[in-house]
Design a protein around this ligand. Structure first.
Ligand code: MN3
Length: 198
């Protein structure tokens, strides 16, 4: 059983003007798909074949090809799901309460998340994770994620993440990563973030 590219849960142009159609199409069909192709090649005919993408990230990140391409597949699959043309606005549900108790209020959280995304040098991701009864923000390099041991809190349950590789925003925002981060919040699917709570 090999991994396959999941469909986007909306059209390529559905997140405009916040994230443009061409960026979404190239990001999904080329970048995400290449991680999957390379991951399948890396695990073919090995004892890693048949493991879930979560287990590959959690237990086999010492394998560089699995780390980079398995992380790439996991991270992008999550990223498409937490965006929505009907997203944006203030947090809802239990996540809203946990943001308030963990960071004070939504604005404080947003600043902390933006700082993590802005200060990630080069390519990587910023994350919001549930750790037991509270929330934490962290960031990772390349296609690493908090499932991989020794990077963020090892008990992290990932709720949302932002891709800050230039391929995620350069066509529309060029070097202005901060504007892309603001745009991300305009299409963030809080319902899906809530669904990911454990
Ligand atoms: Mn990407």
């Amino acid at each position: 059983m090999s991994f396959t590219l999941p469909d986007l849960p909306y059209d390529h142009n559905a997140l405009e003007p916040h994230i443009d159609s061409t960026t979404m199409e190239i990001h999904h069909k080329r970048h995400h798909n290449l991680y999957i192709t390379n991951l399948n090649n890396a695990i073919e005919n090995s004892n890693l074949e048949g493991l879930s993408i979560e287990d590959l990230c959690k237990k086999h990140s010492d394998n560089v090809a699995v780390r980079n391409n398995g992380g790439g597949h996991y991270n992008h699959s999550l990223f498409w799901e937490i965006l929505s043309p009907n997203g944006g606005g203030d947090p809802t549900g239990k996540v809203k309460d946990m943001i308030n108790s963990s960071f004070g209020d939504f604005n404080n959280f947003k600043e902390k998340f933006k700082t993590a995304a802005m200060t990630r040098f080069g390519s990587g991701w910023a994350w919001l994770c549930q750790v037991d009864d509270h929330l934490e923000v962290c960031s990772t390099a390349n296609q690493d994620n908090p499932l991989m041991p020794g990077i963020c809190n090892d008990s992290s349950n990932i709720l949302m993440g932002i891709d800050v590789w230039e391929h995620a925003y350069y066509l529309n925002y060029q070097n202005k990563r901060v504007e892309y981060i603001d745009a991300f919040f305009n299409v963030l699917n809080w319902e899906e973030v809530n669904n990911r709570l454990k």
